[in-house]
Design a protein around this ligand. Structure first.
Ligand code: MG
Length: 371
């Protein structure tokens, strides 16, 4: 069986993505880079893996060695893609074939990697390709010049597999190509087109990253109850409501905001407000719950989540809540930093049943979607 070196190219500067796209965490809990490494690692035809990356990412890549023992070589990125690939080849003992994969294509399947390597063994060079959907134009300045036959066009993905000696020979003839396949074409090698996968996208722009996040939608639920007592202000969703009683609690006892905070924290997989703002801490004595909600939003933003929408239900016999609903929505949206239409507040009674029905207390439920 020929030997294969997997080369993961992680040398880009992520300029078009506006952030380090390779470190974005996917729903699997692995970063984009780790996900690509895990797919390559699972392919039985790959013997060793070299990751080619920038100096500032080497330490991170090094931490992945333990989990992925095939990752034996870490090499510095070159000035060009071809420089990076050659550094990867140079860092490891000679293998019969190289299997070059973009770190920014984490959704590749191990089946596809295997299929490309098998065709590489058969033809010396192979890469996955998909038909193009848009009609492609050759342009000159700002005008269209001609239209190639779409049926002959293919978009090329990675992994791309080449016989190592052939690749090095070809590279000596041309190092200014658009991709590794073009290097081979120019030197007269024929690259076999394996049927690629539509899902094997390359994460390139900030918009691509936003879409990744959208995939990771999280639902959260929160519930809270506070007792009604005399001599307290009644504050619900940050709005002062004139009433003969108010809710009892360590903070301003805004039961609806408490339910909302627990829903948001729950969605993000964080501990509840009892942990974050303990009621034996004097800092939270009489605290404005909307200020705490602002802190909760800052925490979940750090984890990369924004509020998709929230639905808050206040369970209360008296007073009548409906006149305050609009003010409540506006206030919550302002604190959460989203459009008012994304926050809904409604109220219901429990037909004089139970503790809310008898006026002993007020309860609130909240459901949120974080994305
Ligand atoms: Mg509470």
């Amino acid at each position: 069986m020929p030997t294969v070196l997997g080369i993961i190219v992680a040398g880009g500067s992520s300029q078009r993505a506006g952030q380090d796209k390779l470190k974005v965490v996917l729903p699997t809990g692995r970063t984009v880079l780790e996900e690509s490494l895990s797919k390559m690692s699972s392919c039985d035809l790959i013997d060793d893996i070299a990751v080619v990356t920038r100096a500032e990412k080497m330490e991170y890549v090094n931490t992945l060695r333990e989990k992925y023992p095939k990752l034996r070589y870490i090499a510095p990125g070159g000035y060009t893609r071809f420089g990076s690939v050659t550094n990867g080849i140079a860092a490891s003992p000679e293998h019969d074939y190289i299997c070059i994969h973009d770190a920014a294509r984490p959704f590749v399947s191990t089946d596809l990697i295997r299929a490309v390597i098998e065709k590489g063994f058969e033809y010396g060079a192979a890469a996955p390709c998909v038909p193009v959907r848009d009609t492609i134009k050759i342009t000159e300045g700002e005008f269209m010049q001609s239209t190639p036959d779409r049926n002959t066009l293919r978009a090329v993905q990675t992994p791309q597999v080449f016989r190592t000696d052939d690749y090095m020979t070809a590279l000596a003839l041309s190092d200014d190509a658009f991709d590794d396949c073009q290097v081979m074409e120019r030197a007269g090698y024929r690259v076999f087109c394996v049927s690629g996968e539509e899902t094997n996208i390359k994460i390139t722009t900030a918009e691509d990253i936003r879409r990744l996040r959208e995939k990771d939608m999280r639902v959260g639920h929160g519930y809270d109850v506070h007792r009604l007592a005399e001599g307290r202000k009644l504050i619900l969703c940050g709005v002062d409501i004139p009433f003969e009683k108010g809710l009892l609690g360590h903070s301003d006892a805004d039961v609806a905001v408490h339910a909302l905070m627990d829903a948001i924290l729950g969605a993000a997989g964080l501990p509840d407000i009892g942990h974050l703002f303990p009621d034996n801490d004097p800092e939270y004595d009489g605290a404005d719950s909307c200020v705490l909600l602002g802190r909760v939003m800052a925490l979940v933003r750090e984890k990369g989540y924004e509020l998709g929408n929230a639905d808050v239900t206040i369970v209360c016999q008296k007073p009548k809540i409906s006149p305050y609903i609009e003010a409540m929505r506006t206030k919550l949206a302002e604190v959460c930093g989203c459009a008012a239409g994304r926050v809904n507040v409604k109220a219901t009674t429990e037909e004089k049943l139970g503790f809310t029905g008898s006026g002993e207390g007020i309860a609130a439920h909240a459901v949120v979607l974080m994305a």
